[in-house]
Design a binder for this molecule. Structure first.
Ligand code: PLP
Length: 392
């Protein structure tokens, strides 16, 4: 092995995050929102969809976003601990959660139920300041959010808490079920229901008129009529088009997942490759061993299905994907074997500019969505995250 020096300077398996591409995407999305008079919240939940929440947040805020969105209080706390003071909304909580640190940190809180409100009020009491809440109405996703029949009851409790100085109501909001099908009839139904819930809230609650927000990435890209006061794009920030448009809506994929060849070897005709010998060499063959596997987020079911970019073109992974290794076929030993050496770069997926697979292509192979692909690799302990481009 001749890779000792390189190993010290390059990660074994790397998720490279292109912050310039991220800045481009946020600029594009924030420009669309601005055209409708809306502000932009970059959603950085799940560690920035596997791209690193803090780096993503800083870049997004320098590129036109003014808000950050997260799922959990822990994710909000990570941003605050990094010194990020921009408005942050956290939206999925258990009622027995300790909200006091989040209130003290000026984290806005999504509230979907009376029980959640009670937890928030208790947290505000301990923090000694009012909590800013975004009241979530379930307009048809049937997931998080207050069911319409409980909305009046929730508003009564919110108004009491508001008058007691425990909460300030920043917004009424909801989340779409079919945003990736921009003409789907449920979208207008949900928008109308949100509007109704917002009107009721504006009637029943004192204080400043709350904002309304509804749009995720897909609606930000395709439904300017739904931008309202704030848009909440997530996946598009990372350059992945939720609608799979041929031009990707001008988004640039941010993550490149790559590694290096560990070993090049020749095997004889008839020899099997990897566990279970699912691939048998039809003739004398040259193979490259690539040191990544399902422990790094390369799903085992991609065995015999995936290709990687190596030595200037796509080459197939043969045999099963193992925990730590896959084997790439470089072709017949008697043929035109490419000059591949240990240490050469192997791109598992990237922006696609050089012909490499993309996260969207992985999603097609896997019959899933690119959201699952990037969150699935970017958070693995053995995958080193690096950044390229100008981080603010
Ligand atoms: C994840 C999430 C978003 C972002 O959705 P994308 O499809 O990634 O744009 C927006 N709002 C809520 C409530 C979410 O949970």
């Amino acid at each position: 092995m001749t890779t000792t020096v390189r190993r010290a300077t390059r990660p074994r398996v790397e998720a490279r995050v292109d912050l310039d591409a991220l800045a481009h995407n946020v600029g594009l999305l924030a420009g669309l929102a601005r055209g409708s008079g809306a502000a932009t919240m970059a959603v950085v939940k799940a560690d920035g969809y596997g791209h690193g929440a803090v780096d993503v947040a800083r870049t997004a805020l320098a590129s036109g976003a003014t808000w950050l969105g997260v799922c959990t209080l822990e994710e909000a706390a990570e941003l605050r601990a990094a010194g990020i003071r921009a408005p942050v909304l956290s939206w999925l909580h258990l009622p027995d959660e300790d909200f006091a640190p989040a209130v003290a940190d000026e984290v806005d809180l999504g509230v979907s139920s009376r029980a959640e409100l009670e937890g928030v009020v208790a947290g505000a009491g301990r923090a000694g300041r009012p909590a800013r809440v975004h009241l979530k109405i379930d307009t048809g996703l049937s997931r998080n959010g207050c069911p319409p029949e409980a909305w009046g009851d929730l508003l009564d409790a919110v108004e009491a808490a508001r008058l007691a100085g425990d909460v300030e109501v920043a917004a009424v909001w909801s989340h779409l079920a079919h945003a990736d099908a921009p003409a789907h009839p449920t979208i207008d139904v949900q928008a109308t229901r949100l509007d109704g819930a917002w009107r009721t809230a504006a009637e029943r609650l004192g204080g400043p008129r709350p904002w309304r927000h509804l749009a995720n990435s897909a609606a930000t890209l395709t439904r300017p009529d739904l931008h309202l006061d704030l848009v909440r794009p997530g996946i598009a920030v990372y350059g992945l088009d939720p609608l799979d448009a041929p031009d990707g809506h001008g988004l640039r994929p941010v993550m490149t997942f790559r590694t290096h060849v560990a070993l090049v070897k020749r095997i004889a005709a008839g020899e099997g490759v990897s566990y279970g010998h699912e691939w048998v060499a039809p003739d004398d063959r040259v193979l490259a061993l690539v040191p990544t596997g399902y422990a790094d987020g390369v799903p085992r079911r991609l065995g015999g299905m995936m290709t990687v970019q190596l030595a200037g073109r796509r080459r197939p992974v043969v045999g099963r994907v193992c925990m730590d290794q896959v084997v790439v076929d470089l072709g017949p030993a008697a043929g035109d074997v490419p000059p591949v050496a240990p240490g050469d770069e192997v791109v598992l997926f990237g922006a696609g500019d050089a012909g490499e697979p993309t996260a969207a292509e992985w999603a097609r192979w896997l019959d899933t969505i690119h959201y699952e692909v990037v969150t699935g690799v970017g958070c693995r302990p053995r995958v080193t995250r690096t950044t390229a481009g100008t981080s603010p």
